[in-house]
Design a protein around this ligand. Sequence first.
Ligand SMILES: *[C@@H]1O[C@H](CO)[C@@H](O)[C@H](O)[C@H]1NC(C)=O
Length: 376
Amino acid sequence: MGKLLPCAVSLLLLALLSSSESVAAFPSLRVRGYDSIFSFGDSFADTGNNPVVFRWYSVFNPVTRPPYGSTFFGRPTGRNCDGRLIIDFIAESLGLPFLPPFLAHDGGFRRGANFAVGGATALDVGFFHDGEPAGPGASQFPLNTSFSVQLQWFESLKPSLCGTTQECRELFGRSLFVVGEFGFNDYSFSLGGKSIQQVRSFVPDVIRTISMAIERLIKHGATRLVVAGMIPAGCSPPILVMFADADPAGYDPRTGCLKDMNELAIHHNSLLREALHDLRAEHPDVEIIYADFFNPIMEMVESPGFEGDAFTICCGGPGRYHYNQEVWCGDPGATTCKDPSARLFWDGVHLTEAANRYIADDWLSSINSPASASNL
Ligand SMILES: *[C@@H]1O[C@H](CO)[C@@H](O)[C@H](O)[C@H]1NC(C)=O
């Protein structure tokens, strides 16, 4: 894992790198500055849009009450976490403010904006609701917050950020675009009515949708993008509880994760990396970094460092892994672990701040040295 350099050392490096000779001497240490970050995705990246959207649809939302935010912010912020998300650690590390959620913040998006919404899918709602109306009032997930809807929000904000094409190219050229995670919700919302094989069949549609959205961001002037792959869904406590009666042969004996759900994620990630490879070939001036969401979580699942069972969530109701669909984190019947930093999962699929920090360190090492991460 790429550990972040201590602050003082990074400053020293920056000073060294400001002369071109030093840059040539350390080609893999190109330190780049960013003026702003624009983020798209689901609850893994949502810094506070979901309370607004869930209110539109009158959908119950546990994250607006304690103990959400108890480790870091000291209050619920709309993050599905006890503290900071990966995107928060990225913003901190790049010297930028925490990303204001586009729907909740009253202006001030010069340093970036976050369009990610908890429960968001890559595919549009019509795919899931079979043409049934999914407007406000239809409190059925997924809500109307797909990647293309988030792009429409971005496009509605754009005129307030920059005027001419040139101005926008300059602004977005100095911005980091963070895309994802997308995919987990597309697949998990479908598992109620479809087999894993049926779900697997629309992975290419999900990837094509992500890829087309990235093209659209590049057309707007994005030149540096970080695109997150999918989590190992077969290690996710809600999935493990959903398939609690699976054949014992369906579990990886080493990790206890569900093999076919992890295979779905591996398939998604391999098609995503192929799509990113094609995008890089089409846009040689654009840096596209693949952010690995799978392996850092696997490393933590396999690490003996976590308190008890890696799948036991910190905050939840009674039952297997403390995950209970009737008793959510924050409900009267729920319990919260004493030390969230000793756990991997916070309230179900979502990770603790400690886990987010571990993953952010990994992504940041790719963001800070994209040359070594021009991965395939
Ligand atoms: C979803 O939201 C977008 C953007 O606000 C809107 O254009 C579209 O009509 C909405 N779709 C549905 C099905 O409500």
